[in-house]
Design a protein around this ligand. Sequence first.
Ligand code: PMP
Length: 454
Amino acid sequence: MTSTSRAWLKEHNTLHVMHPMQDPKALQDNPPLIIESGDGVHITDIDGRRFIDCQGGLWCVNAGYGRREIIDAVTRQMEQLPYYSLFPGSTNAPSIALSTRLAEIAAEEGMVKASFGLGGSDAVESALKIARQYWKLEGQPQKFKFISLYNGYHGLNFGGMSACGGVAWKSSYEPLMPGFFQVEGPHLYRNPFTNDPEELAEICAQLMERQIEMQGPDTVAAIIAEPVQGAGGVIVPPASYWPRLRQIADKYNILLIADEVITGLGRSGSLFGSRGWGVKPDIMCLAKGISSGYVPLSATLVNARVAKAWDRDVGFTSVYMHGYTYSGHPVACAAGLAAIEIVVRENLADNARIVGDYFLQRLQELKDKHRAIGDVRGKGLMLAIELVKDRESKDPFGPQDAYPIAISEGCVNQGVMIRTIVNKLIISPPLTFTKDHVDEVVDVLDRTFTANPW
Ligand code: PMP
């Protein structure tokens, strides 16, 4: 690429692209890297700089870049049939094959059917609508409320955004959807209650119960939560929390929705995050890793209890009045089938667990050396380094503070693509990552913290 065309891209990006989660004015001074190609766990930008991709795209390129079998599957499907709809009167073969494959790989969780969309926000929106319709079909239309967790992230469509547990994601777009409530989830590093994980899980479980009782259990449709909170800062709950959520949902006759958009398809060290906690949700939201990010795709899976509600003959309300032109898009489903095969065949969930454990241990060593690191945490290949001004008070760096950006830029300048969410460095590489890659990244982090002492 010539320097003129590089300059053209940079200029026109600022002029014409609305970038998610960014102040357009800031783009001028802080232009993004323009990524041009990828191979394995590496990406290269238009200036020819190569990086180890610690973001996995955006927590999504689970199988890594350049996987021939996904590319071939997509190409074959495009040649044979680029599009046909699932709306009344037609369907296509890849959507049938993918829903069957999803039911196979999530058989342990009891999932039987899939509703397709194009990304995580669709997966969540579909889950919320399915839960509301489920209760209408069950003859309890007053069960329409949702309870989610502080720091939870459920995408940015109106339903999912209303379930989000952070004000920054919502305030510009209020008023939100009615019927959404949040409670404290177990955040070991930052909570006003206790440092004991199991005690914390129990306190938070009881807060969930109190909220349900306060709302009235016969008005609550579902609890929605992430098995490991991602965008909120990789918050790993104690092992007893998700089993308690299942118990609570059963006790009050409420559905449990697992938002597995990040944790699903291996990232959290088991094929699904719920499986890692030994829990069977009623509804599971999948996106990102389902196609390894190669094409937009999501699936909302439901178990037999939920699916059966539609068996009743209750007239018009039993129409599933939800879906998009591209629900079950044959090219996306072909990509999904190929991507899932790689994750399953190469045991990428196991690799995520083993390499993730090693990564966490190495990050712990960094924490012992560098004062600005307040906490390191993670599960599988989703990890975070939380930066603080003071370890005792845990005073976090804010959005205006330059220090976290100085660290992430220092890493980028040494060939490691790593992202900050305010004061957290987020690590979510392809699941093909090795211990050697970890050592390379930790060396760069170590050098960067040493060059930027706090
Ligand atoms: N749910 C969770 C748990 C997510 O992490 C995300 C995205 N990071 C979403 C939903 C929304 O996904 P998308 O950005 O693909 O709409």
